[in-house]
Ligand binder design. Structure first.
Ligand code: PLP
Length: 350
């Protein structure tokens, strides 16, 4: 595959900023190279030294966990950064376009709008699956990116894998981004394991959901080493802070927390579904492969306001096409889910 065809020439040819920590990678020595404060930071831990720009310690852990190599991993300040960099690397405003399949994660659209890139929207079907024919009709020779989200947010379901394969086989003018932010909650196998076979695929994952590290902002992109090195070339040099790298390193050494969390969230998801299924105002609970459920309610807007009144915050998706009268509910702690069910029952009794 000739990646150069999909990358903007000024990015392909860019000579990146070379930081002090790029030029000297040793750990021992007297460091008079980066204009840091040698005295420390004035708090109990010292953060006075610039962090590893390529975050190798965490990437080595992730390579083990995700069964890939470190040169297939890009780390960003949240998935947001990866989304933005992928767009800036591939799309020229006024020339190229991307394809989105709503209802889906809102950042693809926002990021494309910030970068002033044409978006072609091909809605999911009534069952929240890909309209493969529609997508292929929307593609032209200037389509550089196709965003797929599986399991999808806000609908919760995974996309049919056979549809994704069809698109990979048929769409050859750019990259297919598969956002797997919720893969840990699903029985689906990650496309990371198929990157060698499908070099035009970029997989995105995050530590914000199952790993419980949303506040640290660590998003991951997995792709062919050529793509990863281009992303590394255009990212801000120290995009992952030293504090984040240190805490993530500790968190990734404790895999059982993630596994136990997933187990408990999935069992709560089942319990919540069972307690909602017979509530009179519930029209439909959509199938979920994620840590949330999308529920179609009678009078969803009023219910949403009622819950807010009681300081229980959900995500109202009623104004989103194909999600009319639906609320997205994150699976909480057992007592939080109980409170939700109690309030919903109260609302429909009143
Ligand atoms: C939550 C979420 C992310 C994660 O975003 P971060 O910036 O890594 O916190 C990515 N994609 C989807 C679809 C999400 O719902």
């Amino acid at each position: 595959m000739n990646f150069e065809n999909f990358i903007l020439p000024h990015i392909w040819n860019l000579k990146p900023y070379s930081s002090a920590r790029d030029e000297f990678k040793g750990k021992e020595g007297v460091f008079l190279d980066a204009n840091e404060n040698p005295l420390g930071s004035g708090v109990s831990e010292n953060w006075n030294r610039y962090p590893d720009p390529l975050q190798l310690a965490i990437k080595e852990q992730l390579a083990g966990i995700k069964s890939c190599s470190t040169d297939q991993i890009f780390l960003g300040n949240g998935s947001d950064e990866a989304i933005d960099l992928i767009m800036r690397m591939t799309c020229q405003s006024g020339v190229h376009n991307i394809i989105l399949c709503p209802p889906t994660y809102g950042m693809y659209e926002v990021s494309a709008s910030i970068n002033h890139i044409e978006q072609r929207k091909v809605s999911l079907t009534q069952h929240y699956q890909l309209d493969v024919e529609g997508i292929l009709q929307a593609v032209d020779q200037n389509t550089r990116l196709l965003f797929l989200c599986s399991p999808n947010n806000p609908t919760g379901n995974k996309l049919n894998r056979s549809d994704i394969y069809t698109l990979i086989e048929s769409f050859k003018s750019g990259f297919i981004i598969i956002d797997e932010a919720y893969i840990d909650f699903s029985d689906e196998i990650s496309f990371i394991l198929e990157l060698a076979k499908y070099p035009q695929v970029i997989v995105m994952q995050t530590l914000s959901k199952a790993y419980g590290l949303a506040s640290l902002r660590l998003g991951m992109a997995f792709a062919h080493p050529t793509i990863i090195s281009l992303l590394n070339k255009i990212k801000p040099p120290y995009n992952i802070s030293g504090a984040t790298q240190e805490i993530v390193y500790k968190a990734l050494s404790n895999v059982s927390f993630k596994n136990e969390s997933v187990k408990s969230i999935l069992s709560e998801r089942d319990r919540l579904k069972k307690s909602l299924i017979n509530v009179p105002g519930v029209i439909q609970i959509y199938p979920s492969d994620a840590n949330f459920i999308l529920v179609h309610f009678k009078q969803a807007n009023d219910l949403f306001d009622y819950l807010i009144e009681a300081k229980l915050i959900t995500r109202n998706r009623s104004s989103v096409a194909l999600c009319e009268d639906s609320i997205r509910i994150t699976i909480g702690l057992s007592e939080e889910n109980d409170k939700l069910v109690q309030l919903i029952n109260q609302f429909y009794k009143a």
